[in-house]
Ligand binder design. Structure first.
Ligand code: AMP
Length: 555
């Protein structure tokens, strides 16, 4: 018997809470339908001064699903959703599920190169995007693809962030205007044209895939984590039961909806509780503070930089946060000093939560009302204890359990672990062994069952919860004609936790400035990925065998 078999963490669960839960729903659509049945006239989405009731979300997604079915979208087909945090994201997601199709959320910060990889890998037949992204990225990409062999050519439907509200907040929408999108259909026109239609019921089970959520790997190639309906339904319930989310209590969407935190901690949790999901397009701290005052949400979860940005905004008052009594943060390391400063100013404790795209958001969470211990040796805040039905341990390189306090890889099993990656059996078999998922995160468990992250096995850079894989940035740098060698590392950053640094050497006879190289990357990748610091050296430091010494580049 290992120390993990005894599950020492159970004694830290909130008093009165069960040690395990039984899933109430087999799939995400049933969870949504139950909310429609319980609260048809209550808001499902609040978007500035606009709102959409559960019944309206149901009829609009019905209409959209029928239109998509007419256009050949069937069960198992992939639908890419390339949108900010706007109501249409949720309508498209529900419409996808109603057809038994698979949603592929795409980061709206992605540039053409990144979008293409996801469209190609997922084989998406349909893409929903904003008018702006269509004009700037999608249309030029499709024009190129039309001439390419094996070109990626999904049907496209466009929409606008300006719809579903009238306020047109200049802090968000100053540069956003309606645009003509020749070659694409309008999402709202299609919904209106199909009003009153209902798709035939899609029989979904827990093993059906609800969405492919893309995460890059060490090789820089994105992998679609196959989040099943069972995964989504289970973890949505974990949110409700673990945090005690109340029926109908508003949830604030500060995390991006394309990320697993937004998908489950916002959309899934809202459906579970028939609660309104408060959306505000993209994260802008001043707008978020106004939104807090206007809609008075009770719960949110987001990366710690969200709370740092809100706390440091001149308009932040105790009153803004008065309703927000259930605060969780995950996705990136949390400095204990930030938790303390936030509590001192606003009276609320930020609870840590840990998980990955492959675990459908949290596997380890701090029980509500409990304070996470801080490791005295390293000053690290515990990420939490294994949540309901999670079996977790620290394993050595072979995956064998290690002693309490020993540092190794966090390995977990449970109903939230994805079955694998889309079309990647080898990677899947490497990551998930006997149902146990190898996270690649390095940490330890204390004798009370609290887990701590101390490092990563992987080279990943974590900038405000956004993950950057050095290999991807290096690959782009290598396409520049002047670059001879490139190495990308994470360096500490006071606000983002970590930021991206590139060190390059140049080909003889070429000349390029660090600023030009940063601009070159910026044009080819999402804004959080491009190197903020570029250093040019004659020669990169290497081992005798010629391997680049990344550690030396971090200084
Ligand atoms: P993602 O797939 O984008 O959700 O990223 C998952 C990774 O984020 C994990 O492998 C961790 O390295 C990191 N992470 C998630 N939650 C936490 C947390 N609470 N503290 C520190 N790092 C975290």
């Amino acid at each position: 018997m290992t120390p993990y078999d005894r599950k020492p963490w159970l004694s830290s669960y909130e008093p009165g809470k069960p040690h395990a839960i039984t899933p109430e729903f087999t799939d995400a659509l049933s969870l949504f339908r139950a909310a429609v049945a319980r609260a048809p006239s209550l808001p499902a989405i609040l978007y500035f001064d606009g709102s959409l009731s559960y019944a309206e979300l149901d009829t609009q997604s019905d209409a959209l699903a029928c239109a998509w079915q007419d256009r050949g979208i069937t069960r198992g087909e992939r639908v890419a959703i390339y949108l900010q945090n706007i109501p249409q994201f949720v309508i498209a997601l529900v419409a996808t599920w109603k057809l038994g199709a698979i949603a592929v959320p795409v980061n709206p910060m992605n540039r053409a190169r990144e979008l293409r990889v996801i469209l190609a890998d997922s084989g998406a037949r349909l893409l929903v995007c904003s008018e702006t992204l269509y004009v700037d990225i999608v249309r030029p990409l499709l024009a190129e693809e039309a001439n390419a062999e094996n070109g990626v050519l999904p049907l496209v439907m466009t929409t606008s962030e300006l719809e579903y509200q009238r306020r047109h907040d200049p802090r968000l929408f100053a540069n956003t205007s309606r645009q003509e999108t020749p070659g694409a259909e309008s999402l709202s026109a299609v919904i209106a044209a199909n009003a009153g239609r209902h798709p035939p019921p899609a029989a979904l089970g827990p093993n059906d895939i609800a969405m492919l959520v893309y995460t890059s790997g060490t090789t820089g190639v994105p992998k679609g984590a196959m989040n099943t309906h069972g995964n989504v339904a289970f973890n949505a319930q974990v949110y409700r039961d673990w945090i005690t989310l109340g029926e109908g209590e508003p949830i604030l969407g500060v995390a991006p909806l394309f990320h697993i935190t937004g998908l489950i901690g916002h959309i899934g949790a809202a459906f579970m509780c028939a609660a309104p999901l408060v959306l505000a397009c993209r994260f802008e701290p001043g707008v978020m503070l106004d939104t807090l005052r206007e809609h008075r949400p009770a719960f949110t979860i987001g990366a710690i930089t969200v709370f740092i940005a809100l706390m440091n905004h001149p308009n932040a008052t105790r009153d803004c946060f008065a309703s927000l009594t259930k605060i969780y943060s995950g996705g990136a390391p949390i400095p204990p000093s930030v938790v303390e400063a936030f509590r001192e100013r606003f009276g609320h404790y930020i609870h840590n939560g840990y998980g990955l795209t492959e675990t459908n958001s949290p596997t380890h969470v701090v029980p509500r009302g409990v304070e996470a211990p801080v490791d005295p040796a390293s000053g690290t805040l515990a990420v939490g204890v294994p949540a309901y039905n999670v079996e977790s341990y620290i394993g050595d390189d072979e995956g064998k359990p290690m002693a309490v306090g020993e540092v190794g890889e966090i390995i977990s099993r449970g109903p939230m672990i994805v079955p694998g990656y889309w079309n990647k059996p080898q990677e899947s078999a490497k990551a998930i062994v006997d149902g146990y998922f190898r996270t690649g995160d390095v940490g330890f468990m204390d004798e009370r069952g609290w887990f701590y992250l101390v490092d990563r096995k992987k080279d990943m850079i974590n900038a405000s919860g956004y993950k950057v894989w050095p290999r991807e940035v290096e690959d782009v740098l290598y396409t520049h004609p002047a670059v001879r060698e490139a190495a990308v590392v994470g360096v500490p950053d006071a606000y983002r936790g970590e930021t991206v640094k590139a060190v390059v050497s140049l080909k003889p006879g070429t000349n390029v400035t660090p600023e030009e190289l940063a601009e070159y990357c910026k044009a080819r990748m999402a804004a959080y990925k491009y190197p903020r610091v570029v250093m040019i050296m004659d020669e990169l430091p290497k081992t005798v065998t010629g391997k680049i010494l990344r550690r030396e580049l971090r200084g």
